[in-house]
Design a protein around this ligand. Structure first.
Ligand SMILES: Nc1ncnc2c1ncn2[C@@H]1O[C@H](COP(=O)(O)OP(=O)(O)OP(=O)(O)O)[C@@H](O)[C@H]1O
Ligand SMILES: [Mg+2]
Length: 275
C-alpha cells in the first residue's frame, strides 16, 4: 500500500495499512496508532490506527454507538474529562505526542464543533467569537474586532450579523448559531477542526452553507467530520473512515468507499442495509 510522505523531521513512525493510497504528497497532520478507549469497563474504541493528511476533509461514518464521537474526543483530549475513562495507544499532532502536550494547548490547536450549537448564552455575538481570544490574553480592541470580523466572514455569517454584533448569541437561528460556533472555533486559529455532526440539526440551506464552508476551510485546516448523511460525506470529504462497533473497518479515499468499498460491512452500511 502506498503511504503518505511524511516530513523527515517529524517523528511519527509507521503508518497503518488503513492509510488510503491517495495523494501521498500530503503531510500527516494527525496520526493515531492502536487507540483503545474505555468508559469504565466498556471498551468504546478498539485498536484504531488512522492517519489524517493535512488540508483534507476526513469523514467518519458508522452506525450510532460505534465510537465516532469518542474518537473525535480522544483526539483533542476531551475523552479524559469523562470520569473513569481510559485511553491507550498513541496520538500525534505534527509528529508530537498529543498526550504529552498541555491539554489547553491541544484544544487550541485542535478545535471542536459539536452537534448541538452551544453559544455562550449570556454573551453577545461579538463576545462569543472573541471569548477564546480573550481567554488567550488578547486585549487589544482593534485586534479583537479584526479577528471577530474575519472569523464571522470565514464562517459565512458576517453579512447576517454585522449590524447586530451586540445582540445575544442565542437570539440567532439554529443554523446561524452553528456558524457562530464555527466562527468561535476559527477565531483562535486552530490547525485541525473536529466537527461532530455539525449539520444534523440544520435546514438544507444552512447545511449547504456549512458544506461550502468546509470546502473553503480545508485550504488552511485539516478537518474531520462525523456525519450520518452519506451524501454529505460523499460531497465534502476527501477520505472516509467507516467505524463499526468500536473498530475501524475501512478507511480510504471517499470515492472508493462510495463506489467500490473493499469490505462487505462498508457496502451494507452505505447502501442502507444496516445502521
Ligand atoms: N460518557 C459516557 N459514559 C459511558 N459510556 C459512554 C459515554 N459516551 C459514550 N459511551 C459509550 O461509548 C460507545 C461509543 O459512543 P459514541 O458516542 O462514541 O458513539 P457515536 O458513534 O458517536 O454514536 P452516535 O452516532 O449516536 O453519536 C457507546 O457504546 C456509548 O454508549
Ligand atoms: Mg456521536
Amino acid at each position: 500500500m502506498v503511504e503518505f510522505s511524511t516530513k523527515k523531521e517529524s517523528s511519527f513512525s509507521i503508518l497503518s495499512d488503513m492509510t488510503p493510497a491517495a495523494d501521498h504528497t500530503k503531510k500527516i497532520k494527525i496520526n493515531a496508532e492502536g487507540i483503545n478507549c474505555y468508559f469504565g469497563k466498556v471498551q468504546a474504541l478498539k485498536n484504531i490506527s488512522f492517519a489524517m493528511p493535512e488540508h483534507s476533509v476526513i469523514a467518519i461514518i458508522g452506525p450510532s454507538g460505534c465510537g465516532k464521537s469518542t474518537f473525535l474526543r480522544s483526539i483533542n483530549r476531551m475523552h479524559e474529562l469523562v470520569p473513569e475513562s481510559k485511553i491507550t495507544g498513541s496520538l500525534t499532532l505534527d509528529g508530537s505526542d498529543i498526550y504529552a502536550m498541555d491539554a489547553v494547548v491541544v484544544r487550541k490547536r485542535i478545535g471542536m464543533v459539536f452537534q448541538k450549537p452551544n453559544p455562550f448564552p449570556t454573551m453577545s455575538i461579538f463576545d462569543n467569537v472573541a471569548a477564546g481570544l480573550r481567554m488567550n490574553g488578547v486585549r487589544d480592541k482593534k485586534q479583537l474586532t479584526e479577528i471577530v470580523e474575519k472569523s464571522l466572514k470565514q464562517a459565512a455569517l458576517w453579512n447576517e450579523v454585522k449590524d447586530s454584533l451586540s445582540k445575544s448569541g442565542v437570539s440567532l437561528s439554529g443554523g446561524q448559531q452553528q456558524r457562530l460556533c464555527i466562527a468561535r472555533t476559527l477565531a483562535v486559529s486552530p490547525e485541525v477542526i473536529l466537527m461532530d455532526e455539525p449539520a444534523s440539526a440544520l435546514d438544507p440551506i444552512s447545511t449547504a452553507k456549512i458544506e461550502e464552508l468546509i470546502y473553503e476551510l480545508k485550504k488552511e485546516y485539516t478537518i474531520a467530520i462525523v456525519t450520518h448523511n452519506m451524501q454529505q460525506a460523499a460531497r465534502v470529504s476527501d477520505y472516509t473512515a467507516f467505524f463499526y462497533m468500536g473498530e475501524l473497518i475501512e478507511y480510504d479515499v471517499t470515492k472508493k468507499i462510495f463506489t467500490v468499498p473493499a469490505k462487505k460491512q462498508t457496502e451494507d452500511y452505505i447502501t442502507g442495509r444496516f445502521g
